[in-house]
Design a protein around this ligand. Sequence first.
Ligand code: NAD
Length: 289
Amino acid sequence: VSAEPQTVAVLGGGTMGSGIAQASALAGCDVAVLELGDVQADAARVRIGRGLDAARDRGGVDASEVAGARDRVRITADVNELADARLVIEAIVEQFEPKFQLLGRVDAVVSPDCLITTNTSAHPITELALAVRDPGRFAGLHFFNPVHAMMVVEVVAAEQTRAGTVDALSRFVERLGKQPIPTKDRPGFLVNRLLVPYLNQALKAYDDGIATREDIDLAVQLGLGYPVGPLALLDRIGLDVHLDATRTAYDQLRDEHFAPPPVLARLVAAGHLGRKAGRGLYEYDEESG
Ligand SMILES: NC(=O)c1ccc[n+]([C@@H]2O[C@H](COP(=O)([O-])OP(=O)(O)OC[C@H]3O[C@@H](n4cnc5c(N)ncnc54)[C@H](O)[C@@H]3O)[C@@H](O)[C@H]2O)c1
């Protein structure tokens, strides 16, 4: 990956894909976003347009930069239109089979030296790497949500990933104005390895009645200097999403710190999924939710 403008293919224009597409276009790359069909492509176009408008409204980028970025993004449902990509970032649904299938299809149309990556949070990079002809140029590129605000990207080396691939991807992350953190391919990589047990402990403290939900969050904010308390953060992440993450990590690591606390499954069963459901550990009215 050189410092020259180049073509990035983003697979999936959902929450993460649209954020990654915006960041890449604002950094001067030409971006092709692959979506499932016309309806999803239209939705992705709206999402990316709104995201770029928001970037302008936050300041830091002016209207002409936003217009330039908008012009550099094209959205397609045809894999063949990704042929000129120099870097592929996969960000479709978090399911192994669709990812594996699509990575193989895209690998067949891009050039042999194109770098291919996945934004998966949970699937082993080493197994997804088997979808492409040359796993040495495959890696994880794990962005955080929301992409524009989160300044770190984990560059996850599969067993097969070549050192040059990690270096080139780290330079790309820097070009987006973010900090690359090279990690090994282990469950949760680095950040979720630290975050998941912490959130589980907060849930247990809440369920044990050690303190009120408000005081648990306040104690962490004021005592540890975190910007958001763990229970409020869980409501933002979605309790169902966290349940899935901690279950998957527990299945792979068999470490009790990752075992889903019973209160979590109970809240999810009750439909208390967090902000998106209007109720999680806290209740939300329409305006705040
Ligand atoms: N949401 C997060 O907080 C977060 C954070 C880090 C990583 N991730 C990972 O990023 C990936 C995407 O997550 P998301 O939250 O953006 O999901 P999302 O559901 O918002 O978006 C997925 C998009 O992919 C499209 N899609 C699905 N199958 C496709 C296919 N075969 N071809 C082309 N497009 C397809 C869908 O139409 C949808 O627009 C997942 O692997 C997830 O684990 C998510």
